[in-house]
Design a protein around this ligand. Structure first.
Ligand code: GLY
Length: 256
């Protein structure tokens, strides 16, 4: 059960953040509205929110997920791989210190973005990407082992169209993974039931199972039908402005 989440709304210079997609410039007012709906959805799932203020020093700072990894045993402060985002971690740390008794820290030369880390029960998949380096995957794996977790690295540097591992994977609980085609046959996931995303719906792989509900992005009817067929209650959210900045549902919160 998740009970809490940390969120931070986009700042007015949100459009100055990093993006690798060519979907146009985000509309700030619309992004704020979508963020408000996102927060309401988390509350509908039973979460109490810690709302951090917008931070224009870091245009990507609404994507709080990249700054930390939360488990039921500890939190881990990351070291984001994009230089423009490195300072975001200091902004999240005081909130973590209030919430977690034990906090680990990723250190140089390691880099880790939280978006590359997918927890599936007591196991973690660690994406090696443009943001999370092999040293980061190794260091994080060691930290997780000290806390009694297992981990598998998954190299996504040759997988086209995904920034982070969680752009292409989500854990729904009950040994069930949502996976894009390019990851579906990877040996790391062979022990799981796989919900395969149709290639034209790849963005929907970044969905969120929060307690009894799956939150998924609007515009992906095949995946939405699958979520209903699997008997989850569903909340569908328009994520268009965040998608333009390479962000998805998981990126906008840290949940614990
Ligand atoms: N815009 C999200 C990121 O590139 O980190």
């Amino acid at each position: 059960m998740y009970t809490r989440a940390i969120v931070r709304p986009p700042a007015a210079n949100f459009a100055d953040g990093l993006t690798s997609v060519d979907l146009g410039k985000p509309d700030f007012a619309k992004a704020l509205e979508q963020h408000t709906r996102y927060c309401t959805a988390l509350e509908q799932c039973g979460l109490t929110l810690t709302r951090l203020p917008a931070d224009a020093n870091f245009p990507d700072s609404t994507f709080v997920e990249d700054t930390a990894i939360f488990t039921d045993r500890c939190a881990i402060l990351t070291r984001p791989g994009a230089a423009s985002r490195a300072g975001e971690v200091a902004g999240i740390e005081p909130t973590l210190r209030e919430a977690f008794a034990r906090i680990h820290t990723i250190t140089a030369p390691s880099t880790v973005d939280g978006g590359d880390i997918c927890q599936a029960g007591n196991h973690f998949f660690i994406g090696i990407s443009e943001r999370t380096n092999t040293e980061g995957a190794r260091q994080l794996g060691e930290i997780l082992a000290t806390e009694g977790f297992t981990a598998t690295p998954v190299d996504i540097r040759d997988v086209r169209g995904i920034l982070h591992l969680k752009s292409g994977i989500a854990y729904l609980g009950d040994n069930r993974l949502v996976l894009i085609d390019a990851l579906a046959d990877h040996s790391a996931f062979s022990d799981y039931e796989v919900v395969r995303i149709a290639p034209e719906e790849n963005y929907a792989a970044n969905c969120l199972r929060i307690n009894a509900t799956v939150i998924l992005p609007a515009g992906y009817p095949q995946f939405e039908a699958t979520v209903h067929a699997l008997d989850y209650s569903a909340i569908v959210l328009d994520m268009s402005e965040f998608q333009k900045m390479d962000g998805g549902l998981s990126c906008l919160s840290l949940r614990f």
